[in-house]
Design a protein around this ligand. Structure first.
Ligand SMILES: C[S@@+](CC[C@H](N)C(=O)[O-])C[C@H]1O[C@@H](n2cnc3c(N)ncnc32)[C@H](O)[C@@H]1O
Length: 331
């Protein structure tokens, strides 16, 4: 590895934090109508002009703002990914990263004691945290295009009813159901999350009415009957091995015969080192959950133990994706 590569990696937290704070201060939104002068922006936001000037310079250096004769303006990339009105807005994810940034200061403690840096609660205890978490999922999946890829590449043509277990904002389910007008679907999730799902649905005009929202705890409840497909997207990484075994067994019991389970996640190599994004993400999971990213061998073993057959894995094209989809069938 070259010096510059290591230096960039080791200093990346500063750039990440600067982007998070610029977004939280609504710096990009202020410029959505066109360029402004630096002092004008400082006045509008209520910031120290010298300090904001430094933040603006950093955003220019990172390619998110540009300076020209008219003042400070947005680059095309900032317009595409950092304005809330854009369909590819990534800001929901960045604002969640902003909120959990202090947890990273506790990584050493977590590595030493093996425990999360906060009590794992899937952000259910505080409505503002739930909102940030669920908006983050929606924002990331939309900006990166995961839901569109899944809808175009996972064959649900023979499926009558799909349960999106831990479906959160429903980004995948909406995309599936928009394309398959006869498909029935439900999001099964915890009550605080579903309150955010309802709000998100009320803001969208493309949500099929036939999506049901069902309060459900996958750790304790059997699945309602009648589903011949189950989607588990970004679920198993938050749980430990015993909980995932139990979850797969529950999915097997609940599925109609002939049904499929679809697991979408970082699916790691046997050494748990690739994809790199998954290895790094496992540290975030250490800070916040009892889980980590799992290998295909582990996932396949739990699926087989539960009774599933015809287990297949397909990686989404990287970049921009770094996850895979594993499917398995109940005979
Ligand atoms: C990382 S998010 C994934 C959301 C969505 N599936 C996606 O991929 O964008 C995890 C989801 O699982 C839900 N969840 C966590 N624990 C749960 C439980 N015990 N029962 C049901 N849902 C749960 C959370 O509320 C959240 O919506």
């Amino acid at each position: 590895m070259e010096f510059s590569e290591l230096a960039d990696l080791a200093g990346a937290h500063a750039a990440a934090r600067a982007i998070q704070v610029a977004l939280k201060l609504e710096l990009f939104e202020r410029l959505s109508g066109g360029p402004l002068g630096s002092d004008q922006i400082a006045g509008a936001i209520g910031c120290d002009p010298r300090a904001l000037g430094l933040l603006i310079n950093a955003m220019v250096a990172l390619g998110l703002l540009e300076k020209n004769a008219d003042g400070i303006g947005l680059t095309p990339g900032a317009r595409r990914f950092l304005l809330a009105s854009s369909p590819e807005y990534l800001g929901g994810m960045i604002l969640f990263e902003e909120a959990i940034f202090p947890l990273w200061a506790r990584l050493e403690d977590s590595i030493r004691c093996g425990k999360p840096a906060r009590t794992p609660d899937m952000y259910q205890r505080n409505p503002e945290e739930t909102r940030l978490f669920i908006r983050a999922m929606d924002s990331l999946v939309r900006a990166r295009g995961d839901a569109v890829w899944m809808a175009e590449n996972v064959d649900l043509s023979g499926v009558r009813a799909i349960a999106d277990v831990g479906g959160g904002p429903g980004t995948y389910l909406v995309e599936f159901m928009r394309r398959l007008p006869r498909l029935r679907g439900a999001i099964l999730d915890l009550p605080a999350t579903l309150a955010v799902t309802r709000k998100i649905f009320s803001e969208r005009d493309d949500v099929p009415r036939r999506i049901e929202l069902i309060e459900y705890d996958y750790s304790t409840h059997e699945l309602p009957s009648g589903f011949d497909a189950i989607l588990l997207s970004n679920i198993i990484h938050s749980e430990d091995e015993a909980a995932n075994r139990a979850l797969f067994a529950r999915c097997y019991r609940g599925l109609e015969a002939g049904g499929i389970v679809i697991v979408k996640d970082h699916v790691m190599n046997a050494e748990l080192t690739e994809p790199a994004a998954g290895a790094i993400f496992s540290l975030y999971l250490l800070l916040t959950t009892p889980g980590r990213d799992y290998s295909f061998d582990e996932i396949a073993r739990w699926l087989r133990e539960s009774g599933f057959t015809d287990i297949r894995c397909r990686a989404l094209p990287s970049p921009p994706f770094n996850s895979s989809v594993v499917t398995a069938r109940k005979i």
